[in-house]
Design a protein around this ligand. Structure first.
Ligand code: ZN
Length: 701
């Protein structure tokens, strides 16, 4: 059982994407390989699947492993292709993906809806001698087949298929309406005084937006003209920084009116989608859509209400205090009261600037990328007993700036995992944002060796300049820690049952536990001191700056939490047996929740539901609560470390080992609640999140 990391193994010398094994051959894979390799493998998988389906037996080997073995090369190649489209996008690659995607989706549906496999899995599930991990795999596969309608017959099945089709269409229409309605609204300002008081970066963004709309025109950050649209990336900074209250109100109100009128009106779709989802859930034997959605999640519906209500009680007093502080500040500037929703972000930013005096550029000077990485790896070594060792140049990569690392057990030096790190932005061909993805999963190989897991960690930091290392913003640092947490979850798994190793098979609302947990270290004083070094003086970040950074973390957290709770509660209530008789019903429901939750005046006619894509055109229906749910877990887990003292590295190691042996090692092989109890000795409690959010202190002391 030697751990091993295989270099690229490609059986066809003319096409490195055909049946790839080991690490991907990034030095040889080209867009023109995609279609021929995928078509050949799709063909093989389709034929192979027909044969398997005809002879499937209720045994682990036949019903699970044989299928996974059949699909593995296809999945591996598809994973590489998607990864490349994220980090090295090109038109030929996109066209190749579009050409093969429909056939890939058809095959996945056929596999997931196979009645023969469903019957075999169900029979196998009823047999004796299965391990806990095997039971988890079977339960998950049986459930998703049932959710795909496999167990329905006759007219129920026909109706189910009709609903599925209509829901898919409705989701697409919903998204298109939002897109078109967003594009239909804009403001243009030509008077050089129009943006008085707005910061340079925002003025530049708006001038650029103007130039995009009028390519022949001149527009400068200083003089305008400026163009404002309802893109999210502009709305947030606009509300934070534009002093002209009437402009803020216009933008805020328009944002709440996206897709509420005429041909783009999403109101009827909101009603239709909710009715169809309710019907679909009932066809599948669930009382409500929320019950269907949470059947594959960690949380159960009553517990979610419980948490959201508790959070509301804890956050409201804090939010009231915050609002008072903002109102005092606004009153000093003779701004009209009460503050309305379009005022809050503006005054929050003013108070924040005055109180914490944190300037992004000042922080950056302390956050040199190589030193930050050292600090991150030191935490991981201290806490989890694994050593990260650079192994650049030993494997093919997709860009010269990409790095490769080995992860070793600090005590035995045994290879545990490996990862690629693609740290810098390349706007020309790399997707924005940051993410972790699976390259290889942990798996027993045929000769008895163990393939170690390999992760992709992708960030978008500002690249270094000649003679100067990359300087990260504090946000980029927390993002790096966050993605590394996902990476650890994948890399430190010790599960040998592939479908539930690492992040695979982990419930959606539990998957952010390790990532959010890791973010906490960015606010830990010794960790911060250890990973900072001023680019000119070499000094670590001074204590008073660290204190201001820590204090700013929870500033206005009460107001932010209430906003999230309105969305989370609305999402849950809409999917919990609520069958609207008219589009207005859903809006009224949200209004009621808003009135009992928010501390701000209610704005009549604000219909954000019509652009709430997470739940109407994304995968978050009856799942928006997941953000807060995972925060409860990560805050409570981090408190286990705080309880023994963060500066007591010796004691930390013991808690760290327990975290590694449970949360990080067990992946999807046990229910997340059971894994959490293995770690903490009890269920997670929300108190830690209250404390971390500052709901237990007064802010204006
Ligand atoms: Zn995440």
């Amino acid at each position: 059982m030697t751990p091993c990391l295989l270099l690229p193994q490609t059986p066809d010398p003319t096409n490195p994407l055909y049946r790839p094994a080991g690490l991907p051959a990034f030095d040889r894979i080209l867009p023109e390989h995609v279609v021929p390799a995928m078509e050949r493998m799709l063909e093989e998988a389709e034929t192979g699947f027909s044969a398997l389906e005809a002879s499937v037996q209720p045994t682990w080997r036949s019903a699970v492993e044989a299928l996974d073995d059949l699909m593995r090369p296809l999945g591996a190649a598809w994973g590489i292709v998607h990864h490349l489209q994220g980090v090295q996008a090109s038109d030929p690659l996109r066209e190749a993906i579009e050409a093969v995607q429909p056939r890939f989706v058809t095959l996945s549906l056929r596999v997931g809806q196979s009645r023969a496999f469903y019957d075999a899995l169900t029979a196998l599930r009823a047999s004796e001698g299965l391990s806990e991990a095997q039971v988890r795999v079977l339960d998950e596969r049986i459930r998703s087949a049932r959710h795909a309608g496999v167990a329905l017959d006759g007219s129920a099945r026909d109706r189910f298929n009709e609903i599925s089709q209509e829901l898919a269409q409705a989701g697409l229409h919903f998204a298109h309406h939002v897109l078109d309605a967003t594009k239909a609204v804009s403001w243009e300002w030509t008077d050089p005084t129009d943006m008085d008081g707005a910061p340079e970066t925002l003025r530049a963004q708006l001038a650029q937006a103007y130039k995009r709309a009028h390519p022949e025109a001149e527009a400068t950050a200083a003089q305008g003209p400026w163009r404002m649209t309802l893109e999210r990336a502009l709305v947030a900074p606009f509300l934070e920084h534009v002093p002209d209250r009437a402009k803020r109100e216009a933008v805020y109100r328009a944002y709440g009116h996206i897709a509420t009128e005429g041909a783009h009106d999403n109101g009827p779709l909101v009603q239709r989608i909710l009715c169809l989802r309710d019907e679909k859930a009932k066809l599948l034997g669930y009382p409500t859509y929320a019950a269907l959605s949470t059947a594959s999640k960690m949380a159960e519906v009553p517990a979610i209400y419980d948490l959201l209500h508790q959070l509301r009680e804890a956050a409201r007093p804090a939010a009231r205090r915050e609002l008072t502080a903002l109102e005092e500040r606004a009153a000093r500037a003779d701004a009209p009261l009460p503050l309305m929703p379009w005022d809050v972000a503006f005054w929050r930013e003013r108070v924040k600037e005055e109180r914490f005096q944190i300037r992004d550029e000042e922080l950056r000077a302390y956050l040199q990328e190589p030193k930050v990485l050292e600090g991150l790896f030191a935490v991981v070594q201290d806490v989890f007993g694994v050593e990260v060792v650079a192994a650049d140049g030993q494997v093919p990569v997709w860009d010269p700036s990409v790095r490769f690392f080995h992860v070793r057990d600090a005590r035995s030096s045994e290879l545990v995992a490996a990862f690629y790190l693609d740290p810098y932005s390349r706007p020309e061909n790399k997707r924005a944002g940051a993410w972790m993805d699976t390259c290889l999963g942990r798996r027993r190989l045929e000769g008895g060796d163990t393939q170690v897991p390999v992760a992709y960690l992708v960030c978008n930091a500002t690249p270094p300049t000649p003679g100067r290392p990359a300087l990260l913003s504090f946000d980029e640092v927390t993002t790096l820690f966050h993605e590394f947490g996902h990476g650890l979850h994948h890399m430190l798994t010790r599960v040998d049952v592939e479908p539930v190793a690492g992040i695979d098979g982990v419930e959606w609302d539990a998957v952010e536990l390790p990532s959010q947990f890791m973010e906490n270290w960015c606010y830990d004083i010794p960790t911060l001191r250890g990973m900072t070094s001023h680019v000119e003086t070499g000094e670590p970040m001074p204590h008073d700056l660290i204190e201001r950074l820590r204090a700013a973390r929870t500033f206005c957290e009460g107001l932010a939490t209430l906003r999230q709770l309105v969305l989370g509660l609305t999402d849950l209530r809409l999917h919990d047996g609520f069958v609207p008789a008219s589009p207005d019903d859903a809006f009224r429901l949200q209004e009621g929740i808003e009135r009992e939750t928010s501390v701000l005046p209610f704005v009549e006619g604000y219909r954000q539901l019509c652009s709430f894509q997470h739940i109407f055109a994304g995968g978050y229906a009856a799942g928006y609560y997941s953000y807060k749910w995972a925060e409860v877990l990560s805050a409570d887990a981090f408190e286990a470390f705080e309880e023994v003292g963060l500066d007591n590295r010796e004691a930390l190691r013991e808690v760290g080992r327990r975290f590694r042996d449970t949360v990080l090692a067990l992946g999807g092989s046990r229910h997340p609640s059971a894994i959490y109890r293995d770690f903490r000795g009890r269920d997670a409690r929300p108190d830690a999140l209250f404390r971390q959010s500052g709901f237990t202190e007064t802010i204006d002391a």
